[in-house]
Ligand binder design. Structure first.
Ligand code: SAM
Length: 314
């Protein structure tokens, strides 16, 4: 697969996401001691953007914890299109550091991430083997329990090869993360990838966070925005409803799948969290936030009995 201007635009979405996360962290939406290593200065974002990111990060965390509660730390996490996500370091600071953590993204993203890790002791010391060794081979970073690998998710052969190099195993409980990633793959490539993952990991949880309900007027604006970022959604937007996502994932080999728009997810958060977050910034356009929330969804698909009961607020 050759590199295109579209790919460049897709790669830039990581800078966007990282900047938005840093902005929200600085304003006190949630804590992340590591995000500031990955992006330096950021301009202040609109309150509805900050709140949207809060819901996104909290929703992912809620299910990450449910996964870890059920299987303990003897498991693996595979972060698809990881960008500059800091989850590995955040977990390392808790009792929930997992035995293997694999991150995949385009090589130009992973090599930048690798460079930032090498330059910052606070990041590096958390991935070092006991003897302090970190191996960097052909642009990929390997250490005991953390692998950062350059890979095009549209190419299954490469995905397979990289997962093997990262020590992924079909035996371990596996958490697959796809936070704003699959939407950038053509539908056939996304389906092939998910089918492959479902068949490789008999005990797994897949978390997908991305745009949904794109068939209305607001959705049309989102589709235009996404197209400008190299995303090929044409012709597919009507099947991006939560119910259709669920059907699709069941058809791909997952036992169970559930999906909620972010307005529903937001209402499931503990009241004290919502009150705290709502007090951080004045929101002039509550309606805009609601519209954004109903155009993003969190989808959870599982294989294996251990994870069958994952749910909002369980
Ligand atoms: N998951 C991170 C987060 O939520 O902060 C990053 C999200 S960013 C919007 C999308 C990421 O997916 C980018 O880092 C991009 O490079 C990656 N990505 C998109 N298509 C990809 C592909 N075909 N292969 C590898 N990575 C891809």
């Amino acid at each position: 697969i050759s590199w295109t201007a579209e790919d460049e635009a897709i790669i830039a979405t990581n800078t966007d996401a990282t900047e938005c996360k840093r902005c929200a962290v600085e304003l006190g939406y949630w804590k992340d001691e590591y995000i500031s290593y990955f992006v330096k200065h950021v301009d202040r974002k609109a309150p509805e953007i900050n709140r949207g990111y809060y819901a996104r990060v909290k929703a992912m965390e809620m299910f990450i914890h449910q996964f870890l509660e059920r299987c303990g730390t003897q498991c693996q996490i595979i972060n698809l299109g990881c960008g500059f996500d800091t989850l590995y370091w955040r977990l390392k600071d808790t009792t929930q550091a997992v035995s293997n953590f694999i991150e995949l993204d385009f090589p130009s993203v992973t090599s930048k991430k690798c460079h930032i890790i090498k330059r910052n002791k606070q990041l590096l010391e958390k991935i070092c083997k006991e003897d302090g060794e970190v191996i960097i081979r052909s642009g990929d970073l390997h250490s005991d329990g953390y692998h950062l690998l350059g890979c095009d998710l549209r190419c299954l052969k490469e995905v397979r090869r990289k997962l093997e190099a990262g020590g992924a195993t079909g035996d371990a409980p596996t958490l697959l993360l796809a936070e704003c990633v699959l939407v950038y793959l053509r539908p056939d490539a996304a389906l092939a990838l998910l089918q492959h993952l479902a068949s490789s990991f008999p005990r797994c949880v897949l978390l997908v966070y991305e745009q949904c309900n794109l068939g209305d007027k607001f959705g049309e604006v989102m589709v235009r925005n996404l197209s400008a970022r190299g995303c090929a959604l044409a012709g597919e937007r009507h099947c991006r409803e939560p119910a259709a996502q669920v059907e699709r994932l069941r058809g791909l080999g997952f036992d169970e799948a559930r999906s909620w728009d972010m307005e529903t997810v937001w209402r499931s958060f503990p009241e004290e969290d919502r009150v705290r977050v709502e007090s951080l910034e004045m929101l002039d356009e509550r309606e805009l936030l609601q519209q954004l929330n109903t155009h993003y969804a969190l989808t959870v698909a599982t294989r294996g009995d251990l994870f069958a009961d994952l749910d909002l607020n369980s």
